[in-house]
Design a protein around this ligand. Structure first.
Ligand code: BES
Ligand code: ZN
Length: 969
């Protein structure tokens, strides 16, 4: 959520130095409220075009979309510390004044230094700190002799560095101590040592907590804020006697603060050797609730505001169990005596892996089992597993610079599946990997605006932009591929080797490849090139290939070809990269046999495989279980064989590969690499498909076709086709959720109901209407009547197929309970007057629609097939009124929303006219450019594919079905 920073007023630094009672006229609650995003662009119900359809996790890290940073070589290099003195031990003492009108922290730090290269300058990072130059002392450690300070150079506002100059050069090999006093501000930026708040019994309570990654430790105390400059940290924090504090390490002693009755110092044990970005502390009125002692060897507690005590059970149960699992997986004990996890009311990221004190957004740690969706519970487990995985991978061994952030985040994004699976096997996490991570990031990495996993970064802004889907999701895919190449167990032992070799130190990706290589060699794993040579092609080049397999049915062999997969090709010929990779080929014609392996080398565009081991009438499937990071295109005959197998007995093909076949085929058809008929042929078997993963994969693809066909005559046959596929799935899963449903059955039901109701399948519509009727008679029993998993579909369907009564009830619920899902449901109405009425209400501050929900309403109306044109006309005709009522912040975003469903020349003309009429606001916006590009490719899609799809649909209509479909009123 770093993208919120521009909304914040820059914080002035208190000028009166040295006085702990400094009055700071800093930002107050008003500013805190500005932390709410002004524009919330979460697509609802996945109706946006699929390559920016977010993964189910995307909302956690909106800030992680690739920014297409072009790191300029050398730029920012002067931001690096010289490295001639390095920290060994910090004693940090902080006394935060957590009071409206003060918000200052009194600080004192002692840093014990090793001089590596003789120098008179001691440079370290510092940002927004008021340092008392008179307080700075430097002494030689051995003798205790003071060394006089001759200058203090403050470059905080430019380089985030301060330099203390001493009278004579420090000697290489000797140790020194530097000390200073400073004041910092408990800011509202959610970075450094910052303030947060919550309401308890109507009263606003405040707390102070840290968020240091990536480069914000320097906002809290002067430090050597680079990941390789590891040291030990002894933290002391002051607090009111009645409050609590917590930090990375266990508390040792508490003592009164002399001269400040009612205040005490908490002295913490010295930490293990670690990077500054992992230091953490919190001062609050929170309570710490210990987990059952039997669950792990390590003392484990969950910290939260007292009101949330009852929501900590889930975390207290899975946290220690995941920790135990990782100890055995890594084969390395957790090195600290305790692990705390804290739920923070205002938190920028999703969670943060501070060593021994993991901090979370409340929603990822505090779970109410009676109202949480299956998705929310899964997220809580996954986020915990992710952060606990970092305790080894990231904390014990840290990347040597931020260019290799993917080692931290890609690895944790891989381990979060394994760690969650260990404690919640019912979640079937390993089945979900390909849809959550792999197929999701394919959509981003297939654009020319993607980036290589490992790129040079220097400035804090560049560093922060690395926290994106490429580091996380692509990183995790590449690691999973590597594990498959050398074998899971060899990989696991190789990791232990890597962690032991580099414990309490730093490493780059070459160190990981070297450890895996040594392990592979010692276990006689044969590879066609070194692990490094293979993996470098995947980490230093952006994008990924599609492999075309052209079988020779006479010889039993095939030609395989690699090409970069791009969703759109520009004519950019300036990129000199040869987009070829070391491609691990795996294939099978029979899943009961071990898969066959071969390679395309980085120098080979294509090669012949003499014998696939399949008869001419047998199918062959490549990229077994989609373990590797590429798509596969087949010749028409092989597609036919696969289609026939799926129809005859789809279980003979693994669920992962069924999902892959569908996802690949629709993407290859979209980019004109195979005919749509081949992709659509593969859907025929779906009337027998009952599993979540293949269904979820294909529905996000079919959604695009659905949007494109909506206004054409072909839609009727499309709807019949879709109904013939979805209805058996829906009937199998059923409307009613039960307690004993497996986790993925709940997920299946969400998809099946969503589509069945949307297609008007009678059972789904009627059940939704009667459930809603029940709710109308007992509005306060929502949780008992409507499963949280089914809520959005039931509400939406009741509005879609119901009348005024249903609508009025929804509006009433929204207004009285502030439950936005009712408002979202209202936007699903199929009546034009209702939809335009909703848009009109956005202009009226007294309409009952909260200002914070204005964007949600427009987005949902624009995504509604009936509402889309209404939304466009609203933008065109009511421009001035919108501007008067809401200002200009929404225009570009709303323009973009409207474009998703537009696919005609007439629509494009209207949109261009609108842009030109308001060129000051819309002319230079990237959202507007993206929107126009989307409409252009939609139009092109229609002209290229509508005919072919229409013909296919006409020739593949299901025999007149028994299905009963309900029409809109
Ligand atoms: N190290 C990150 C937290 C972080 C993110 C710090 C961005 C600084 C900038 C943490 O391990 C993480 O990845 N958190 C995720 C949640 C996770 C489950 C994907 C996040 O915050 O989005
Ligand atoms: Zn992480």
């Amino acid at each position: 959520m770093r993208n919120l920073l521009p909304f914040l007023v820059l914080i002035a630094v208190a000028s009166a130095f040295g006085n702990i009672q400094t009055q700071f006229d800093g930002p107050d609650e008003v500013e805190l409220r500005l932390l709410e995003p002004a524009v919330v662009p979460d697509p609802v119900d996945g109706v946006s075009r699929w390559w920016y359809t977010p993964s189910q996790k995307a909302h956690i890290y909106r800030h992680k979309y690739p920014k297409n940073i072009q790191a300029q070589p050398r730029q920012g290099e002067d931001l690096r510390l010289p490295g001639d003195v390095l920290p060994r031990l910090y004693n940090v003492r902080l006394l935060p004044f957590i009071e409206v009108g003060n918000w200052t922290t009194d600080g004192y730090v002692e840093i014990f230094l090793d001089c590596i290269i003789s120098t008179v300058n001691i440079s370290m990072n510092s940002l927004d700190l008021t340092i008392d130059p008179a307080s700075i002392t430097v002494t030689e450690e051995q003798t205790g002799n003071p060394i006089s300070v001759v200058d203090f150079i403050d470059e905080q506002s430019t380089r985030e560095i301060i330099t203390v100059q001493v009278s004579r050069p420090l000697t290489a090999g000797k140790q020194y101590k530097i000390t200073m006093k400073f004041i910092s501000i408990l800011n509202a930026l959610l970075a450094g040592f910052y303030r947060s708040s919550y309401v308890e019994n109507g009263e606003t309570k405040y707390l102070a907590v840290t968020q240091f990654e990536a480069t914000d430790a320097r906002r809290s105390f002067p430090c050597f804020d680079e990941p390789t400059m590891k040291a030990n940290f002894t933290v002391t924090v002051g607090r009111k006697e009645t409050w609590t504090s917590v930090s990375n390490m266990p508390l040792i002693t508490t003592e009164p603060i002399v001269g400040m009755p009612g205040f005490v110092w908490d002295n913490y044990q010295t930490s293990v050797t670690m990077s500054s970005y992992l230091v953490a502390f919190m001062v609050s009125e929170f309570i710490g609730i210990p987990a059952e002692p039997g669950l792990s060897n390590v003392e484990f507690s969950i910290w939260a505001r007292p009101d949330a005590r009852n929501l900590t059970d889930y975390a207290r149960n899975i946290g220690p169990r995941i920790l135990e699992f990782f100890e055995s997986y890594y084969n390395i004990d957790y090195p600290l005596p305790k692990q705390d996890m804290a739920a923070i009311p205002d938190f920028a990221a999703g969670a943060m892996e501070n060593w021994g004190l993991i901090t979370y957004r409340e929603q990822y740690l505090l779970i109410d089992p009676s109202t949480a969706t299956a998705r929310a519970v899964q997220l809580a487990a996954v986020v915990s597993a992710h952060e606990l995985a970092h305790q080894w991978f990231g904390n014990l061994v840290t990347m040597d610079w931020w260019n290799a952030l993917w080692l931290n985040e890609g690895f944790a994004s891989y381990m979060e599946y394994i760690g969650t699976d260990a404690v919640e096997p019912d979640f079937k996490m390993n089945d979900q990997f390909i849809i959550e991570n792999l197929q999701y990031v394919f959509g981003i990495d297939a654009l020319e605006t993607s980036r290589p996993i490992n790129i040079e970064v220097n400035t804090p802004a560049e560093i922060n932009s690395m926290f994106d889907a490429i580091s996380y999701e692509k990183g995790s895919c590449v690691i999973r591929m590597c594990a498959d190449i050398i074998g899971l167990e060899t990989f696991q032992r190789g990791l232990t080797r890597y962690l032991n070799d580099n414990a309490y130190g730093n490493a780059g990706q070459d160190n990981l490849w070297a450890a895996l290589q040594t392990q592979a060699d010692s276990e006689n794993v044969i590879l066609p090139a070194t692990v490094k040579e293979i993996m470098d092609t995947w980490t230093f080049k952006m994008g990924f290939p599609y492999v075309t397999v052209i079988r020779n049915y006479q010889t039993g062999g095939a030609v395989v070809i690699q090409n970069r997969f791009l969703l759109r090709k520009s004519n950019d010929t300036t990129d000199p990269t040869v987009y070829q990779w070391w491609v691990p080929l795996t294939y099978t014609s029979d899943y009961t046999q071990t898969k066959q392996r071969d390679w395309l080398s980085v120098d080979e565009i294509s090669k012949s495989l003499p014998n696939l081991g399949a008869a001419a009438n047998q199918w062959v499937i490549f990229n077994v279980d989609q373990q590797n990071y590429y798509r596969v295109a087949y010749d028409a005959t092989n597609y036919g064989l696969i289609r026939d197998q799926l129809i005859a007995d789809h279980q003979r093909v693994s669920a992962n590969n069924r999902a892959q076949l569908l996802d690949d085929a629709f993407n290859l058809a979209l980019t004109e690499l195979i005919p749509y008929a081949d992709a659509l042929d593969l859907t025929l078997y779906l009337k027998y498909e009952r599993e979540y993963v293949p269904w979820h994969a294909v529905l996000s693809e079919l959604n695009y076709v659905d949007i494109m066909l909506y206004n054409f005559a072909e839609f009727s046959n499309w709807k019949t086709h879709m109904t013939s596929l979805v209805e058996p799935y829906y009937n199998f899963i059923g409307f009613q959720e039960t307690q004993s449903d497996p986790h993925l059955t709940k997920y299946c039901r969400i998809d099946a109901m969503n589509w069945a109701c949307r297609l008007g399948v009678a059972d789904c519509v009627q059940n939704s209407l009667s459930t809603y009727a029940n709710l109308m008679s007992q509005p306060d029993n929502l949780a008992q009547i409507v499963s949280p998993n089914e809520k959005s579909t039931i509400l939406r369907t009741a509005i879609e197929y119901g009348g005024q009564t249903e609508y009025d009830f929804a509006f009433n619920q929204y207004k009285t309970k502030e439950d936005t899902s009712f408002l979202v449901a209202m936007c699903a109405s199929k009546q034009a007057t209702v939809l335009s009425g909703l848009l009109e209400m956005l202009l009226d501050p007294n309409s009952g629609i909260l200002r914070s929900d204005v964007n949600t309403v427009f987005n949902n109306v624009a995504n509604n097939p009936i509402g889309n044109e209404i939304a466009l006309d609203f933008l065109i005709n009511r421009w001035d009124d919108i501007q008067n009522a809401l200002g200009s912040v929404y225009f570009a975003t709303w323009y973009r929303y409207v474009c998703t469903r537009q696919n005609t020349q007439a629509g494009l003309d209207k949109l261009i006219q609108l842009r030109d009429a308001h060129s000051v606001i819309l002319g230079n916006s990237n959202s507007v450019k993206q929107g126009i590009q989307t409409v252009e490719s939609n139009i092109q899609w229609v002209s290229l594919n509508l005919g072919e799809i229409g013909t296919w649909l006409a020739g593949n209509q299901p025999a007149k079905t028994i299905s009963k479909v309900i029409r809109h009123q």
